[in-house]
Design a protein. Structure first.
Length: 257
């Protein structure tokens, strides 16, 4: 016995009800344990389902997870991009999503421009559909994916690909903001004309499209400058890009790692 123990202390809590049936306490404890076991089984089943889904996905597509409806490439900012650069790449990806949504809204606006009786409505609609087919995938492959790989691998050639095609996209964004008739853009000029007719559906949707072009254009211009500063600070150069291309070959720029 320890000398610090009180020999007169009771081993029973004063809060215990002396008239409570011990069997009811045991039943309550048993029910609680059964509930815990049931919860653990549910968690285990959920994890097994998730693992089975991932295994099936890997079996059919490898690690590819993008686009979700037909995976062709692996895209995971949290896994592949250094933590310090993840916010920037996330913003660029969000701006690309804004671009994709704006292309769709722009096409809908052109449909209403055609319905409103515009003489250039057919050309606008045809061009707007062409932009969805071409600009949406090419923008991802030619400026978003290069800068994603650039920050992942920190190789100079990716940065120059981004600066070239990203610069072209900034000019394209300015062109779409203006909204010249028959060009497939429901930008400023087309929207102002729709308000003056008036043709409210095409005017309202054209306004949304114009805002979309401005948001993604201004956002990309802001990050373009930020990426340029990073590129200069990292010491990338054209000679370095040529050396990388000679060492790794063009095929390396379409692969991970």
């Amino acid at each position: 016995m320890s000398y610090n123990e009180n020999p007169f202390a009771s081993s029973h809590s004063l809060d215990t009800n002396p008239f409570e049936d011990p069997s009811s306490i045991q039943q309550a404890d048993h029910a609680a344990k059964l509930e815990q076991i049931k919860q653990r089984e549910l968690d285990l089943e959920r994890r097994e389902r998730e693992l089975a889904q991932k295994t099936d996905h890997v079996r059919r597509h490898g690690r590819n997870n993008w686009p979700p409806f037909f995976p062709l490439i692996f895209h995971s900012i949290s896994e592949e991009i250094p933590q310090a650069s993840q916010p920037l790449i996330t913003r660029l990806y969000q701006l690309w999503l804004v671009l994709a949504a704006t292309l769709v809204v722009n096409m809908v606006a052109c449909i209403f421009i055609l319905i409103s009786g515009s003489s250039n409505g057919g050309s606008d609609l045809g061009s707007s559909i062409g932009y969805i087919v071409l600009i949406m995938p090419l923008s991802f492959l030619l400026w978003y994916r290069p800068i994603y790989n650039g920050y992942m691998k920190e190789q100079a050639l990716y940065y120059y690909l981004y600066f070239f095609f990203g610069g072209f996209h900034l000019l394209f964004s300015l062109y779409m903001i203006i909204g010249i008739p028959s060009t497939g853009s429901a930008g400023l000029i087309q929207t102002i004309q729709a308000f003056s007719k008036p043709s409210l559906p095409s005017a309202i949707i054209g306004t949304v499209a114009t805002v979309g072009w401005v948001v993604q254009g201004v956002g990309l211009a802001y990050y373009y400058r930020q990426i340029w500063a990073h590129h200069k600070a990292a010491g990338h150069s054209v000679e370095k890009a040529k050396t990388e291309l000679a060492s790794h070959g063009a095929k390396a720029y379409f692969t991970r790692g």
